[in-house]
Every structure is written in structure tokens, then in C-alpha cells.
Design a protein around this ligand. Structure first.
Ligand code: HEM
Length: 564
């Protein structure tokens, strides 16, 4: 009888059986899924956070322009002093901003996996240092970290000076006008990276670094949009969208530059050239010659700069940052003193330490990490100098004490004496950290120190540096730009992890010493030549917590020539 019913197409068709079974299957799957996440839900229920909507949680808070999302998240987490949880659909996000908890997370060797959102970087950065994990990350970090040793950085000082003077020359066309200084900072940063870390001459580029910088900025917009859009997070839907095509176009520009950089460096390398090609060039016969244009670029290396002694920047001591980079400092062999791309090519030549594809991924990673962050920091710094004229005057007084009336280039020793400028830089990084959030996906539960909360395995933990750095329990006037926050006596009792613009622990920024040295030379050169003004106040800033912190309205300043 039953068989007869099944055979009768008017009563039970195969499709009706399918639909009949579909509903219980989905229900069963859903029950299994909920049960498998029971641990997550139980622990999450105990965590504090603003109330969200059923099922979708706070999804709508992440929809809209980046500046609004930033404001909403800051506002909603304001009443939670230690941490705040948010649900975005089924995804549990926990924001932490107590330095003791931050230390627990960042200093650990267990919680080193980046959040799943970093996967959107894959087509761009592949398995580069920023997103890789496990053994690959460990071995590449060990290889790359020493290329940012202070002795390597000191050999870049001439190029930092030359490029800074170049920026000052370019800025001449803007004197008296209101303009966005981020464009200039971005282009300069790309060019400096190419000449120093990558060791290729600026002249090897067909177009300016500005085109690359612009493509990076637009790529970040797409990635940030994918973070916020529930639809675009899905790979299939993304490939159907207009953004996918745009991403392809931008990656062509970005990868075009990195491929060209590697190619020209490889050609020179094969002919025995080592070090920056901005200082050494190959002539038509393929012989290595000193680039005459660079012969008088600035001061030659002084004994001080070439010293093999391990010296830190004052910032290192004052911030109390501890990471594997300091440990590396103690065991630097001859080979480890090569600059980044030289070492990558040498390692590829000498064995299986790194493949060609991996070199490309690391070049893309360093170009991105090294450029957008420093461009944002220098743009915030100049804006703040324009707003706080009396602080700018103090910086310039210090610079006058160091340089007098001379327009000589900056030496390494000078950078050590720029103590007030350094405090201004650190205060800029405190209030406007270029990397506003650092996110990890937990593979193990994390028991916090503050209030004994446990964040469950499977959650995404977000260290919100913008909030951590403005904690009123740590900084007296947390929202006021006050470089004296970094006076030694004010720092002495402050928790190490209360100021982490470069992150900290095993996954901290490999380029922070490079960044600080370069920023000091670039910004001091600009301030020695120009007085900066801003028509906007800090309260006018529309912060955009993108992948890199920016101002929605741009970094608009005005310049006037300073008489030496
Ligand atoms: C003001 C400038 C800079 C800031 C504020 C900054 C900040 C950071 C932060 C917060 C991280 C950790 C990111 C995370 O865990 O998600 C990081 C990682 C990294 N940074 Fe920087 N950075 C700066 C400049 C540079 C420069 C100049 C370079 C290289 C030339 C660089 C290379 C890297 C790399 C390769 C990583 C990944 C390290 C790893 O995961 O092992 N950064 N940076």
C-alpha cells in the first residue's frame, strides 16, 4: 500500500519527500550546532555587554559608514570598565581594555592565531607574517625580525634624511594652502620603504609610490567593508559583487609594484650587488658602482652609527616594551645584519628557508604594514602640531637647541636627543593608535584577571587600543593631548600593557624601531622647515576605525615657511 502511494506521482513526489525531510534535517543540524556551542553560550552569558537584538545581536551597529561604526562601538562599550561582549549574529566578539587582561592575551604563545577576519587579506598578503600562524609564522618571524636590528636601521639614516628633504621640497607647492598632508606622508612612506627595507632605487618605479599608496587605501576600504557586511563576508556573494572586480584591479597595481621590486633586486643581487640600490647602482655593463647622486646625500656614516654595540631607542626604555626583538638583539651574527630583501634573497639562494612565493608574500606584508601605519601616525602628528601651537613651539625649541641655525642632516645621536619630540610622537600614538584594534581567535578558553571572567574558546577577542589608551584609571586627563604623559616619572608606575601602539609580546610589530627612527627624522625635518597650522580642532576629528585609524575628513593642515 505504502509503496503504491510512493509510486503515485500525484500523492508523494520525490521533491515532496525532499521537502518533507529538509525541515527535520535543518532542525537536527541546528540542535547539534547549538549543542556543540553550548560551552561558548554558557560562558558568554556571564560576560558583561550592551543588550542586543535576538539572533542578530548587534549586527546593525556594524552597518553604515566607518566613522559611525566607530562612534557606536565606543559609546556602547563606555559603561563597561573592563570588557564588553557583542554578538554579531552567531559571532561572539569580546572587547578587552584592561592592561592586565591585555598582557595575558598578547604575551602568550598560545593565543597567537589571528581572527578569522584576517582571511580577507589572503589574496593580497598570502601567508605573510601578519596573518600566518604556527610553524610557518615562527620560522619566518625568526628570519625577518633581525633585519630590523638597530645596526641595519642606522645604515638607513642617509636615505631617511634624503627622502625627508625630498618631502620638504614637494611641500613647497602647498605653502599657504589648506591641503591633506596624508597624501604626502603616504607617498613618502612608500618611497622610503622601497629605498631602505626593499633596497631598490625610487627611480626603478615607473609611476610614483602614490599610485601604490592609493591602491592600498582603496583595498583597505574593501576589506573593512567586508568586515562589516554580513553578505560580503561570504566568499561566493563577494565574488558576484562589484567589489571583487575592483579588488582584482587594485591587486594588479599592488602586486605589480612588489613583483617589479623583487625582479629588479634579484637582477642586481645576481650581479653581486648588496645593500640599497639607492646608494649603489649597476651601470650599463652590469657592474656595481656607487650612485654619484647619492654620494653627498647627507653625512657619511659616523662611528656612532656604525657601532656594533646594541643600543636601543629611548622609546624602548620608556615604554617598557618587551618582545622577541630585544632578545634577537643579543645574538646578531654577520648574516643577520642584512636588510630585509637582501636577507630574503640570500636565504632563498642558500637553502630552503624561504621560497619565491613566500618572499613575495612577505614583501607585500612589509610594504602594507610599514606604509599605511606610519603615514597615519605622521599625519595625526602634523595635525596635532597644527592644533597645539604651544607644543609645536616646544618641539621647535628643542630642535633649535640640537641643530642651531644649521640645516645639516639628522644623525642617530640627534634622534636620541629629540626627547620632547619623542614624547609628542608617543602621545600621538596613545590618542590615535594607527592600529586601533588587534584581534585574536581563541583556540583555548582565556581566564581574565579583571573580575575572573572567562572568554570561551571560539570567541574573537579584540584588544581595543583606542580605548585602552584612553583609560581614565591610567591617564589623568585621558582625552587631552599631553606629551608629558610620557615623562619618566609619570610612566614609572604604569602597566607595561597600558600603551601598546605596536602591540607587544611574540606577535608585536617587527618594524617599530624602524618606524620611530624614520618618523623622528621625517617629522623633525618638516618642522625645521615649516610651521604647521590647523583650522580644525581635535573635537572636529571624525575618526574612522578602519583597519588603520584615519580621519574621515582627511588630514587638512596649512604650512608656512620657517626662517632658519
Ligand atoms: C607607526 C607605525 C606602526 C605601527 C603603529 C604598527 C603597529 C603594529 C601592530 C599593532 C601590529 C600587530 C598587529 C596585529 O597583531 O594584528 C603590527 C604588526 C606588524 N608590523 Fe607594524 N606598525 C608600524 C610600523 C611598521 C613598519 C614600519 C613595519 C615594517 C617595515 C611593520 C611591520 C609589521 C609586521 C611585519 C607585523 C606582523 C608581525 C607578526 O605578526 O609577527 N610595522 N604592527
Amino acid at each position: 500500500m505504502a509503496l503504491d502511494l510512493l509510486k503515485d506521482p500525484n500523492i508523494i513526489s520525490p521533491s515532496s519527500v525532499f521537502y518533507f525531510l529538509l525541515f527535520p534535517s535543518i532542525l537536527l543540524w541546528f540542535m547539534y550546532w547549538r549543542l556543540s556551542r553550548r560551552h561558548l553560550y554558557e560562558l558568554a552569558a556571564k560576560l558583561p555587554g550592551p543588550k542586543g537584538l535576538p539572533i542578530i545581536g548587534h549586527l546593525f551597529d556594524f552597518v553604515g559608514p566607518a566613522a559611525c561604526v566607530y562612534k557606536t562601538v565606543v559609546r556602547k562599550s563606555a559603561e563597561f570598565p573592563y570588557l564588553a561582549k557583542l554578538w554579531i549574529g552567531p559571532k561572539l566578539l569580546v572587547f578587552i581594555y584592561d592592561p592586565r587582561d591585555v598582557e595575558l592575551l598578547l604575551s602568550s604563545q598560545v593565543y597567537i592565531d589571528k581572527a578569522s577576519e584576517y582571511r580577507f587579506f589572503k589574496p593580497w598578503l598570502g601567508d605573510g607574517l601578519l596573518i600566518s600562524t604556527g610553524q610557518k609564522w615562527r620560522s619566518h618571524r625568526k628570519l625577518i625580525a633581525p633585519t630590523f636590528h638597530l645596526n641595519v636601521l642606522k645604515s638607513f639614516i642617509n636615505l631617511f634624511n634624503e627622502n625627508s628633504k625630498n618631502v620638504v621640497r614637494k611641500l613647497e607647492t602647498e605653502i599657504g594652502k589648506t591641503f591633506d598632508c596624508h597624501d604626502y606622508m603616504s607617498e613618502a612612506t612608500v618611497e622610503i620603504l622601497l629605498e631602505t627595507v626593499m633596497g631598490v632605487s625610487r627611480k626603478t618605479q615607473d609611476k610614483s609610490g602614490f599610485e601604490y599608496a592609493l591602491a592600498v587605501m582603496k583595498m583597505c576600504d574593501i576589506l573593512h567593508l567586508r568586515h562589516r557586511s554580513i553578505f560580503l563576508r561570504n566568499e561566493f556573494i563577494f565574488t558576484l559583487s562589484k567589489y571583487y572586480k575592483e579588488q582584482g584591479r587594485l591587486l594588479n597595481i599592488i602586486h605589480g609594484l612588489t613583483k617589479k621590486v623583487i625582479k629588479s633586486k634579484k637582477q642586481a643581487f645576481a650581479k653581486g650587488a648588496r645593500g640599497s640600490l639607492a646608494e649603489h647602482e649597476l651601470n650599463e655593463n652590469g657592474e656595481l658602482v656607487v650612485n654619484n647622486a647619492n654620494e653627498n646625500k647627507g653625512q657619511s656614516h659616523t662611528d656612532d652609527e656604525l657601532t656594533t654595540a646594541v643600543e636601543g631607542l629611548p622609546f624602548e626604555h620608556s615604554s617598557g616594551l618587551l618582545d622577541d626583538l630585544n632578545i634577537e638583539d643579543n645574538c646578531v651574527g654577520e648574516k643577520k645584519r642584512l636588510a630585509f630583501l637582501d636577507l630574503m634573497l640570500e636565504s632563498a639562494q642558500n637553502g630552503a628557508l624561504i621560497t619565491d612565493t613566500e618572499i613575495k608574500e612577505q614583501v607585500d606584508t612589509i610594504m602594507f604594514e610599514g606604509h599605511d601605519t606610519t603615514a597615519a601616525c605622521s599625519s595625526f602628528f602634523l595635525s596635532l602640531m597644527g592644533i597645539h601651537q604651544h607644543i609645536q613651539e616646544k618641539v621647535v625649541t628643542e630642535l633649535n637647541e640640537i641643530f642651531g641655525n644649521s640645516d645639516r642632516p639628522v644623525t642617530f645621536q640627534d634622534t636620541l636627543e629629540m626627547k620632547y619630540l619623542e614624547r609628542c610622537l608617543m602621545e600621538t600614538l596613545r590618542l590615535y593608535p594607527p592600529v586601533p584594534v588587534i584581534a585574536r581567535e581563541l583556540q583555548e578558553d582565556l581566564k581574565l584577571i579583571s573580575n575572573n571572567y572567562i572568554i570561551p574558546k571560539g570567541a574573537t577577542v579584540t584588544v581595543t587600543t583606542v580605548k585602552l589608551h584612553r583609560n581614565p584609571l591610567i591617564y589623568e586627563n585621558p582625552n587631552v593631548f599631553d606629551p608629558d604623559n610620557f615623562l619618566p616619572e609619570r610612566q614609572v608606575n604604569r602597566h607595561y600593557y597600558a600603551f601598546i601602539p605596536f602591540s607587544a609580546g611574540p606577535r608585536s610589530c617587527v618594524g617599530w624601531k624602524y618606524a620611530m627612527l624614520k618618523l623622528k627624522i621625517l617629522l623633525s625635518t618638516i618642522l625645521r622647515n615649516y610651521r604647521v597650522y590647523s583650522d580644525l580642532k581635535e573635537s572636529d576629528f571624525k575618526l574612522q576605525a578602519d583597519i588603520i585609524l584615519k580621519r574621515e575628513e582627511g588630514f587638512r593642515i596649512r604650512l608656512e615657511r620657517r626662517m632658519l
